[in-house]
Ligand binder design. Structure first.
Ligand code: COA
Length: 538
C-alpha cells in the first residue's frame, strides 16, 4: 500500500499555534477527568471508610488485570448538571481486562449522593448495556446504590428508556448468553434489587451489602416493623435463607476475588475474524495531530494528515482518489486490523455521496469495519444541486450507512453539522462507539447560520405585512443569543455531558482507543456478508 506523504511543516508558526491550542484543550480535558474521578466530599470519604468499603477506584484496581488497558465510557456524563457534582452521572463504567478477557465493568460510586441513580445515570447504564449487547461483552456490576434519586423520581421511572428498561435489558442479555456478574457491595434497594436478581452470578458482601424491595425506612413507614438493613436483606439472609445470592464474601476485596474466580471459569468465546496483519506504528507521530487541527472550526484541513497519524505505517490505499474529492475513502490497518476509512475534506456533493455509498457497500460485503472521521458542515445546498438530485444521492449514503452490518466507529474530529452528521454515522446510526475530540462541535447548523435563517424568516414575515426589515440593533439582539447558545450546546463537553458520545479523547490517543474498540467489536459475530439493503432512490 502507498504511504501518505505528509505536507505538514512542523516548524511553521501555524503548526506551533495549533499545537499550543490543542495542548491546552487536552490539559483541560485531563483536569476535568481528574476532577470527575477525585472530587468527593470529606463527609462521603469518611463515611465510606467507616463502613470498611473500598473506594470505586480501589475496587476497579483490584478487579482489573494489572497493567492492562482500560477504556472508560462516558466519564464526563452529567457534567455541569444537577449540582455539578454528579460526576460521571454517579458511576464509573468502561471496558477492561479481567482474567485475560475483555469485559464491561459498571460501578456505582457511593460517595456521590449515596450512589443514587439520576436520570443521566439511567441513560448511561442503558448505553453500557447496549455496548454489551452489540459486542457480546460480559458485564460485571459493582452495586452500591441508594436507588432512585428520589427528588427526580418522575424522570427516572416510567418511560420506555427509563429505569425499568435496565432490568428488561438484563433479561435480554441473559437470553443472549452474555454473562452478567454482580457484586453486592452496598444497597440494592427497590428496583435496584433486580440488578443482582436478574444476574447470572451474585456475590454478596456481609455487613455492607443488602438487597431488598423496600428498605428499612419504607418498611417502618408501611408496616411499623423495625428491622436493620442486614437483617432485612444482608448476605446471610440471601446466601443462606432466600437463595437470592450465590457467594458469601467477607469484604469488598473477597467479593472481587470471587468475581475474578467466576470469570476464570466462564467458557471462552471465539472472536469474529476480519483481515489482519502484524501491527506497526504510523510513520508520523500521532501527537502531531495537535499541530494539524486548526484553531477555528471553519478552517479546512486535509483529513489524510490525520489518517497518516492513525494508520499502521501511515499506509493508505485510497479509493476513487480523483472522484468526489470532498470525501476521502480508502483502506488502512489500525493496530493490525483492516478498516475502511471515510474522512471529510469539505461539504458532501452528489459525487462524494455516491462514492461513499459504493465504498460502504464494498466494506460491508467484504466484512471490513468502517471508521468515519467526521468534519462536516453538511451536504451542498442550492438550486443547481437540488436539480441534480443532491437529496436522493445523500439518501443513498444515509441508507448505506444505516443498513451496513459491519462494526462502525465514529470520531468527530471537527464539525458535525446537519445531515452530514447522519451520512457520516452520527449517534443515531448506531456506530459501536462514538468519540469527540476536544475541539469538536455538533449541531443542526452553526450558530451564525442558525441566526441568519431566523432573521431571514422574520424579515420575510415583516415583508408579507408590508413592514420594513428588522433594524440593525434588533438583528444584533436576535443574532448574539443564538450564536451563544449554539456555542454552549454544540461543544464537546455539552455533548459528552448529555451522552451523545462515549467520551472526549485526546486526538493523540485516537489510534489506541480505536485499536481497543475494534478488538472489542469482534466479540460479536459479523452479521454475515451481503445482508442487502432497502430500495435506493435512483
Ligand atoms: N434519594 C435522594 N438522596 C438520597 C437517597 C435517595 N434515594 N439516598 C441517599 N440520599 C442522599 C442523602 O440524603 C445524603 O445526601 P447529603 O450527602 O447531601 O446529605 C447522601 O445521599 C448520602 O446518604 P447517607 O445516608 O448520608 O449515606 P450512607 O452511606 O450512610 O447511606 C444509603 C447511604 C444509600 C445506604 C442511605 O442513604 C439510604 O438508605 N438511602 C435510602 C435508600 C432507599 O430507600 N432508596 C429507595 C429509592 S428506590
Amino acid at each position: 500500500m502507498e504511504v501518505i506523504e505528509s505536507r505538514i511543516d512542523t516548524g511553521s508558526d501555524e503548526y506551533k499555534a495549533n499545537f499550543a491550542a490543542m495542548e491546552q484543550m487536552v490539559a483541560d480535558l485531563k483536569a476535568e477527568l481528574k476532577k470527575a474521578r477525585e472530587d468527593r466530599s470529606e463527609k462521603a470519604r469518611k463515611r465510606n471508610a467507616e463502613l470498611g468499603k473500598l473506594t470505586v477506584q480501589e475496587r476497579l484496581d483490584k478487579l482489573l488485570d494489572r497493567n492492562t488497558p482500560w477504556l472508560e465510557i462516558a466519564p464526563l456524563a452529567a457534567k455541569g448538571m444537577y449540582d455539578g457534582k454528579v460526576h460521571g452521572a454517579g458511576t464509573r463504567a468502561g471496558i477492561g481486562i479481567v482474567q485475560g478477557r475483555e469485559v464491561f465493568v459498571h460501578a456505582n460510586d457511593p460517595m456521590i449522593k449515596g450512589g443514587t441513580v439520576y436520570p443521566m445515570g439511567v441513560k448511561k447504564t442503558l448505553r453500557c448495556q447496549t455496548i454489551c449487547m452489540e459486542n457480546n461483552l460480559p458485564m460485571i456490576m459493582l452495586v452500591d446504590s441508594g436507588g432512585a434519586y428520589l427528588p427526580l423520581q418522575s424522570e427516572i421511572f416510567p418511560d420506555v428508556d427509563d429505569g425499568g428498561r435496565i432490568f428488561y435489558n438484563q433479561a435480554i442479555i441473559s437470553k443472549m448468553n452474555i454473562p452478567q456478574l454482580t457484586a453486592v457491595m452496598g444497597l440494592c434497594t427497590a428496583g435496584g434489587a433486580y440488578i443482582p436478581a436478574m444476574s447470572d452470578h451474585v456475590v454478596h458482601v456481609t455487613g455492607t451489602g443488602a438487597i431488598f424491595l423496600g428498605g428499612p425506612p419504607l418498611v417502618r413507614a408501611a408496616t411499623g416493623e423495625e428491622v436493620t438493613a442486614e437483617d432485612l436483606g444482608g448476605a446471610r439472609v440471601h446466601c443462606q435463607e432466600s437463595g437470592v445470592s450465590d457467594y458469601f464474601a467477607e469484604d469488598d476485596e473477597h467479593a472481587i476475588q470471587i468475581i475474578r474466580d467466576v470469570m476464570s471459569l466462564l467458557p471462552r468465546q471465539e472472536k469474529a475474524t476480519i483481515p489482519t496483519r502484524a501491527p506497526s506504528e504510523p510513520l508520523y507521530d500521532p501527537q502531531e495531530i495537535w499541530g494539524i487541527v486548526p484553531r477555528s472550526i471553519s478552517t479546512p484541513y486535509d483529513v489524510r494528515e490525520v489518517i497518516a497519524r492513525i494508520a499502521d505505517g501511515s499506509e493508505f490505499l485510497e479509493f476513487k482518489a480523483m472522484y468526489g474529492p470532498t470525501l476521502v475513502c480508502g483502506w488502512a490497518y489500525i493496530h493490525g486490523y483492516q478498516v475502511g476509512i471515510l474522512g471529510n475534506n469539505g461539504v458532501l456533493f452528489s459525487d462524494s455521496s455516491l462514492k461513499a455509498t459504493q465504498f460502504i457497500s464494498l466494506c460491508d460485503r467484504q466484512g471490513i469495519p468502517l471508521l468515519f472521521l467526521q468534519n462536516i458542515n453538511g451536504y451542498i445546498i442550492g438550486r443547481e444541486y437540488e436539480r441534480r438530485g443532491i437529496t436522493k444521492d445523500g439518501h443513498k449514503m444515509v441508507h448505506a450507512v444505516s443498513t451496513a452490518t459491519v462494526p462502525k466507529f465514529t470520531v468527530i474530529i471537527g464539525a458535525s453539522f446537519g445531515a452530514g452528521n447522519y451520512g457520516m454515522c452520527g449517534r443515531g446510526y448506531s456506530p459501536r462507539f462514538l468519540w469527540m475530540w476536544p475541539n469538536a462541535q455538533i449541531g443542526v447548523m452553526g450558530g451564525e447560520q442558525a441566526a441568519s435563517v431566523l432573521i431571514s424568516v422574520k424579515n420575510d414575515q415583516l415583508a408579507r405585512e408590508g413592514q420594513p426589515p428588522l433594524p440593525a440593533e434588533l438583528v444584533a439582539g436576535i443574532r448574539q443569543p443564538i450564536i451563544d447558545s449554539a456555542l454552549k450546546e454544540g461543544n464537546a463537553y455539552y455533548s459528552t455531558a448529555n451522552l451523545w458520545d462515549d467520551g472526549i479523547v485526546d486526538p493523540a490517543r485516537t489510534r489506541d482507543v480505536l485499536g481497543l474498540a475494534i478488538s472489542v467489536s469482534l466479540g460479536a459475530p459479523l452479521a454475515g456478508r451481503n445482508q442487502g439493503h432497502g430500495t435506493f432512490r435512483m
